[in-house]
Design a protein around this ligand. Structure first.
Ligand code: ADP
Ligand code: MG
Length: 144
């Protein structure tokens, strides 16, 4: 079941993402589409909350990948693929190592690694409709 939601604040986006985070069991890849400032990192904050991870999520722009882990919880790897342009770059991020079927991978700028995404990735497209208004489309994976 494909989802289409419009949110009117970052808090609403976080609340939607939190619900989806609660549905994750490990092994899912979340592939974001959307421009700078769309709300991909904001959405990931909600995912982490829903997964019971208490650390505050920040943008992985400089680190390329941030790891969020907590005792007895599924680990979340949050990637920014903005600067990733070939397979060698992608291998160096650890992406393939973390595709272990146990962790959740949330990938900003997934457009840059389209050929390497699993077929059952959950695709989350975020489009700005206004200053605080966003259209969020969720499809693929359990939302197929
Ligand atoms: P991205 O990771 O896609 O570049 P961020 O999540 O870092 O985007 O930034 C999104 C920005 O848009 C934040 O400043 C956030 O407060 C703002 N914003 C405004 N309205 C919304 C909304 N409805 N959903 C998500 N973010 C919103
Ligand atoms: Mg971001």
């Amino acid at each position: 079941m494909k989802l289409e939601i419009v949110t009117n604040s970052p808090e609403e986006t976080i609340a939607v993402a939190e619900k989806i985070g609660k549905m994750l069991r490990g092994g899912e890849v979340i592939a974001y589409k959307g421009d700078l400032g769309a709300g991909k990192t904001t959405f990931t904050k909600g995912l982490a909350l829903g997964m019971g991870l208490s650390t505050d999520v920040t943008s992985p722009t400089f680190a390329i990948v941030n790891e969020y882990t907590d005792k007895d919880k599924t680990t979340l790897y949050h990637f920014d693929m903005y600067r990733i342009s070939d397979d060698d770059d992608l291998y160096a991020t650890g992406f393939f190592d973390y595709l272990d079927g146990k962790s959740v991978l949330a990938v900003e700028w997934s457009e840059n690694i389209a050929d390497s995404l699993p077929k059952d990735a959950i695709v989350i497209d975020i489009t700005a409709l206004g200053e605080n208004r966003r259209k969020i489309t969720v499809c693929g994976g359990m939302f197929e």
